[in-house]
Design a protein around this ligand. Structure first.
Ligand code: ADP
Ligand code: MG
Length: 301
């Protein structure tokens, strides 16, 4: 196969691993810098151009689109889909996953458990929303935050009110969430490929921190997940329309709660903790599934 990896740089761990895995399985692979793609969108025969050349069609494209370039990155991915390239994750699903509120609404509609979550716009509604999620302690999140930045634990009503007022004053979108204390600063990252959880790690926040993100100093250990957690993770990925996803789960007193579903989950922490060859499993998935013009949401924007 001819495989394109949409990524800002060859030297990113996950990108590097995908290149190695594709080459090891005798595929032709090329890393394409997402921001250097430009395209003719109006033509009857859409094209993608790259640093002055027109790209010959690929059989499959692996999007590794960073949160800061979601808008342009998903437009480029959509163009690949328009010319019939099979996307590992399709543009619509990537777009959904980047908006925490939209994702949670989609998952809630299908009965996936999640922390009680409120959403409001006007400062006058702050008091009610705090009540709605069960009062303090609670978590306030920026809708488009990532790597734990923009996630704040408010232990008192006063703190919650001030943080909510401040964010609303800045005109950013936020949600308010019940704090799952019993998770103890840990979450479970389930790496889903197709309809399977291929690896899972428990990420533990350092002392004094509740966010378990590895970027926030959390550490990762292999973990055995329950059949219920396995089922929730694969269902969540399927509902989002993602073939490959990092599904983050909090272990609560009333079972697994999905916190978020990542469409470009990194491999480094999970490969090192579990010794699983995630990159190879992804290439194998493409070998089995890549077909021309097989985007499930093709034409749905
Ligand atoms: P990001 O997209 O920035 O990673 P998350 O929603 O994943 O944001 O939150 C970051 C971390 O904060 C999570 O990995 C988890 O450890 C902790 N966390 C988030 N929401 C809650 C919650 N409702 N209760 C307890 N811990 C939470
Ligand atoms: Mg997270």
């Amino acid at each position: 196969m001819r495989i394109a990896i949409l990524s800002r740089s060859q030297s990113i761990y996950s990108t590097q691993r995908l290149v190695e895995a594709a080459q090891a399985r005798d595929h032709e692979v090329r890393v394409v810098d997402t921001l250097r793609c430009y395209m003719n969108i109006a033509s009857a025969r859409p094209t993608i151009h790259y640093r002055g050349e027109q790209l010959a069609p690929f059989d499959a494209v692996i999007p590794r689109i960073g949160a800061s370039i979601t808008f342009y990155g998903t437009a480029v991915l959509r163009q690949f889909e328009m010319i019939g390239t099979f996307p590992l994750n399709e543009s619509v699903a990537v777009t959904r996953s980047r908006d925490k509120l939209r994702s949670l609404q989609l998952l809630a509609r299908r009965g996936i458990g999640m922390p009680v979550t409120g959403f409001a716009r006007a400062p006058d509604d702050i008091g009610d929303v705090i009540e709605m999620v069960g009062g303090p302690p609670l978590v306030v999140k920026l809708l488009e935050g990532t790597q734990g930045i923009g996630v704040v634990l408010c232990e008192t009503r006063k703190a919650a009110e001030s943080v909510l007022e401040a964010f609303m004053g800045l005109n950013v979108s936020i949600m308010v969430q019940e704090y799952i204390k019993e998770a103890g600063g840990a979450d479970i990252r389930c790496f889903v490929i197709g309809d399977k959880v291929v690896a899972a790690i428990k990420r533990q926040a350092p002392p004094g921190e509740f966010r378990s993100n590895l970027h926030r100093g959390g550490n990762a250990d292999v973990v055995k997940i329950t059949p219920q957690e396995r089922a929730v993770a694969t269902r969540a990925a399927r509902i989002m329309g993602l073939n490959v996803a990092g599904v983050d789960i909090l272990r609560s007193n009333h079972g697994p709660l999905v916190m978020e579903v990542n469409s470009s989950p990194g491999f480094e922490g999970i490969e090192q903790a579990t010794s699983k060859d995630i990159a190879d499993l992804i290439i194998q998935f493409l070998e089995k599934n890549a077909r021309k013009d097989r985007t499930r949401t093709r034409g749905k924007g």
